[in-house]
Design a protein around this ligand. Sequence first.
Ligand code: FAD
Length: 385
Amino acid sequence: MIFDAIVVGLGAMGSAALYQLSKQTPHVLGLDQFSPPHTLGSTYGETRITRQAIGEGTYFVPLALRSYEIWRELEQQTGERLLTITGGLFVGQEQSDVQMHHKPGWLRTTIEAAESFGIAHRMLDTATLQREFPQFKFRSNDIGYYEKEAGFLNPERCISVQLDQARKNGAAVRTNERMLSIESKGDLVTIRTDQATYQTRKLILTTGSWIAESLRDTPYSNLLRVYRQVLYWFAIRGDYRQYTPDRFPVFILSDREVYGFPAVGGPAGGLKIATEVYEHSTSPESVNRIVSQAETQAMYEQHIAPNFVGIGPECVKSAVCLYTMTPNGDFIIDQHPTNPSILLASVCSGHGFKHSAAVGQILAELALEEQTRFAIQAFRLARFS
Ligand SMILES: Cc1cc2nc3c(=O)[nH]c(=O)nc-3n(C[C@H](O)[C@H](O)[C@H](O)COP(=O)(O)OP(=O)(O)OC[C@H]3O[C@@H](n4cnc5c(N)ncnc54)[C@H](O)[C@@H]3O)c2cc1C
């Protein structure tokens, strides 16, 4: 059998692509070396922030907005809760140029994006921040952007639901099967895995932190860097009800490089808070997946104690997760440089999840229609030449 499309890598992007493809044709196959959702890639840890005014670039906004629609469509189809609206509080100093996800002026661009796309928001001065959000320690001259429709997604559930829906639509899903090699002849692509050989008209590579391998021997072989990131859940000492999703928003303190979530794991589940670290690059094979006591203590001293009221130093749990970054933090969504029958998507930086449902649609459109209704010029490989 010749498939219309094969998707290799069924994390956030691949499960979305397979679901979208399966709405058009049942002759599609998705495969993964592990059994997604799993803990070894980039889509792990209970919650991912979603927001609509995207400070990483206004060109991301249509992806975020379309993804909201797809999450709601999936919720209606399955009865599963994927998206929880909590409001989003994004705080910084007004003229700050501190980078988030390699993007300077993130808070400014967030406000610009909200204004140009008509996204509902409120601007809060320092006194209002202190009054409305006593869980935080604000600095003088902090300003807050509050987005009503921001919230969090459950990444593991999003993957499972999209794979289930793809199966229902007739797609084949194979897990614990690793792709080893790719060959092309004419318009057909043949992939060999550790278990079988398959032929397809289009191959979509959504292999996350493993994707650099696919760009070997091309001008982009040195483009991507993988960075180890740690998610922490610190104990709530104060009143737990101050931190539940109905009272506490997702937040990003952009100047202090801290972001986090309301408490979703009960009084003993802790508050999930993280920072971003770009000191040393690594790989999915060699990354240290153990979080040391020293790291936890440094996180508490540098990022928790100065910024929060009522959060204790006890770390309830922690998890290692991987960012895969281009030099400017933008995504790659494009044809492979040496073969137009192969599409690749590296949407694996620290803000890709919220866009993943729309990225799936883009990939399905490119694979089946050779074009997409979304503007993806910013994600072409040639931008990094
Ligand atoms: C700590 C952290 C916090 C984040 N926070 C947010 C957030 O708050 N909001 C947000 O929007 N985004 C966030 N992100 C980003 C988001 O999680 C990622 O953009 C997204 O999960 C990337 O998904 P992916 O499909 O590219 O990679 P993955 O989910 O890792 O999927 C890649 C898959 O490919 C498979 N694979 C690789 N090679 C092969 C092979 N040869 N054969 C078969 N299968 C293969 C792997 O097993 C894996 O399952 C965060 C990321 C991290 C790490």
